[in-house]
Design a protein around this ligand. Structure first.
Ligand SMILES: [Zn+2]
Ligand SMILES: [Zn+2]
Length: 265
């Protein structure tokens, strides 16, 4: 398998910092086998976001749920999984990278992050998956309630604080533009969740979200809860075409609320 090293130059508060990232790249796609994506301790949010952009560029219909997963809930919102159980499953599946996206909460993410640090300590040299910060936020877009996913933000940044209080915001904080700006000001990326699941069509909502500054759309999503999980063919294709038209990242996620990361409900 051809292996290539990507050298990321990341501008951070300390100046220009070199971060080595190893990928096995086959035909420009991140190839998902255990231990392929090894990252060197991403301490800084900036580096974490740059890595996420690279990964988002590689996402296709096969990426979720066994290589990556960018949409999962825990008991810290309306999910049934404890963060520690979620982490055990993530390791068992062999996920390379993922995010926990509880509604208006990062508590589950923080428990999982601690679990992962301990796991790394106890498994020196093992290929650990990358866990990005994540959250799912209610917002108004075209007089429709939509969900906006935030990733790789710094939870300490004040702009994100109103959105991680375990309850939806109101008034101007509830507008999609404000939610997207808050995520981006905190150093993160904003993604429109399940674009074909709202009262208004994705053909209206995706262009409007692009105008509001969105970075990506959750292209690969299972709208009819199939078992095993697989993205809905027609909706995914339509969303992927719109993402191309508006220059947005494609992402994927199971939106797990139940006890298996390979299922939605
Ligand atoms: Zn949602
Ligand atoms: Zn969700």
């Amino acid at each position: 398998m051809p292996t290539r090293m990507l050298l990321l130059l990341v501008r951070s508060t300390g100046g220009l910092e070199a971060v080595n990232v190893w990928f096995s790249i086959v035909k420009n796609k991140v190839f998902c086998t255990r231990g392929v994506m090894t990252t060197v301790n991403f301490a800084r949010t900036t580096a974490s976001k740059e890595l996420l952009k690279l990964v988002f560029q590689s996402i296709d219909a096969q990426s979720c749920p066994r290589c990556f997963n960018f949409h999962m809930h825990t008991v810290y919102s309306d999910g049934r999984l404890q963060p520690n159980t979620l982490m055990e499953q993530a390791i068992a599946i062999g996920l390379q990278g993922f995010a926990i996206t509880d509604h208006h909460s990062i508590d589950g993410y923080q428990v999982a992050q601690t679990w992962l640090e301990n796991w790394k300590w106890n498994n020196p040299g093992a290929n650990a998956p990358h866990l990005w910060s994540g959250v799912e936020i209610n917002a108004n877009l075209l007089n429709t309630e939509v969900h906006i996913l935030g990733y790789a933000f710094d939870p300490e940044e004040p702009s994100i604080t109103p959105y991680i209080q375990r309850t939806a915001t109101t008034d101007e904080d509830y507008e999609a533009e404000a939610v997207i700006a808050a995520i981006q000001q905190a150093g993160g990326l904003a993604v429109l969740a399940h674009p074909a699941r709202y009262k208004r069509s994705h053909f209206e909502l995706i262009p409007a979200s692009a105008v509001a500054g969105i970075d990506g759309v959750e292209t690969f999503y299972a709208y009819n809860n199939p078992n095993p999980w697989r993205p809905s063919a027609l909706e995914s294709l339509q969303v992927q075409q719109l993402a191309g038209e508006y220059g947005l990242f494609n992402t994927c996620g199971t939106d797990t609320h139940g006890l298996s990361l390979l299922q939605r409900l």
